[in-house]
Ligand binder design. Sequence first.
Ligand code: PMP
Length: 482
Amino acid sequence: MTKVDLTLPPGLTLPLMSEMIMPLSNAAMRDIETLVHPYTNLALHRETGPLVINRGEGVFVYDEHGKAYLEGMAGLWCAALGYGNEELAEVAARQIRTLSFTHLFGGKSHDPAIELAEKLKEIAPSPMSKVFFTCSGSEANDTQVKLIWYMNNALGRPQKKKIISRIKGYHGVTIASASLTGLPNNHIDFDLPIPGILHTGTPHHYRNAVPGESEVDFATRLADELEALILKEGPETIAAFIAEPIMGAGGVIIPPTTYFEKIQEVLHRHDVVLIADEVICGFGRTGKMWGSQTFDMQPNALSCAKALTSAYFPLGAVMIDERMYDALVSESRKIGTFGHGFTYSGHPVGSAMALKTIEIYQRERIVEKVAAKAPQFQKRLKALADHPLVGETRGIGLIGALEMVADKTSKRSFEAKKMVGAACIKHCEKEGLILRNLPNDAIGICPPLVISEAEIDLLFDRLTTALDKTEADVSAQNLRAA
Ligand code: PMP
């Protein structure tokens, strides 16, 4: 077997973090010997070890030593109702006692899945015909790709198979989903993307607009670029366009005004299906039930997961419109079955929990409350734009990010190897705040939707302190030097 080098890659130093490495606990040492961590620098992890979180309540989680952290990322953009919700615990226990498992294969069914599909159709942002359940966002988007291919075979246009997504879009990590994802780390050395997946431009005005270009002009240019790509490839080969209303993991990128309006005009002209990836935006994050409603998108198909159960159970859903469903029916009639499905598609425990979660969102008027809290959240975020490290702040509803730069005027980023974003996250942790480091030293903020006004203030107070400490490190170690 080839021996793998476990030391840090050359040039990767820890200028800011070296003093922050804590002695490793027993759990941390066992972790290092046993786990492969998703989205982690596995070499660095062997030296720094994990942050071991063992308990959660409200918007706080507690590490193995009992220290409290405000969970400013709702876990991974998902724990919308926070931690320790008794109603969800009870509904899970009840469903496990009633029927812990049954499935939807071969025409079998059960009440929770039927009721959840009805509920999702009722609240969908555009007319949806049917719902297919998965266990994750990645599986939902993989399913979308397969359904589109299947549909266009059914419709007798086997060349119309290519799918366009966007650079910096995030759609998951399974082979098709990772191909849709437009981030280098999901492709490099995984031999991705697969053929037939194309990427168009990122709607990030701060980074990608040309000097003096208005948001409206920038949006026009992006739509023109999309159309040029479709025409170059041949519209008869382009099946679908997939987009998150707000790009999440790519850096919380809010599209410029008129963007989706213009993009949808292009898609309509060339009979290209719009798939909305609502895995982060769905269920209130943007201040409306769906990001599609915030940005006037009328998707033909939609993926959701995460807040569907407030992350109390791994569950995703694909919704499709009538035309897509009819095509699946005719194709399965021809073949003899619809040959797709996961063991846990429509798991009864997850379905019952999702139903309860949506009931809570509606009963507690969670979405209206997000809209009411958003101005305070966005005001505190925007105020950080004055900080010497911050090039841009951006956000909507209860989601946002700030992007740190070496030079505010030229927008020059720090060199990646200086790991300024990672250092800021460590300072946040010291202050009792969990946030996430996104591409380009952007710090993502996406707290549970149930966060209170006082907790929003606490979040931004702690973030401000962490930024000040990061700035002190940057100055002391002259990390702005190009
Ligand atoms: N789509 C989007 C927009 C996401 O943010 C994510 C996860 N962050 C996914 C898809 C993939 O979901 P999962 O991790 O559940 O596979």
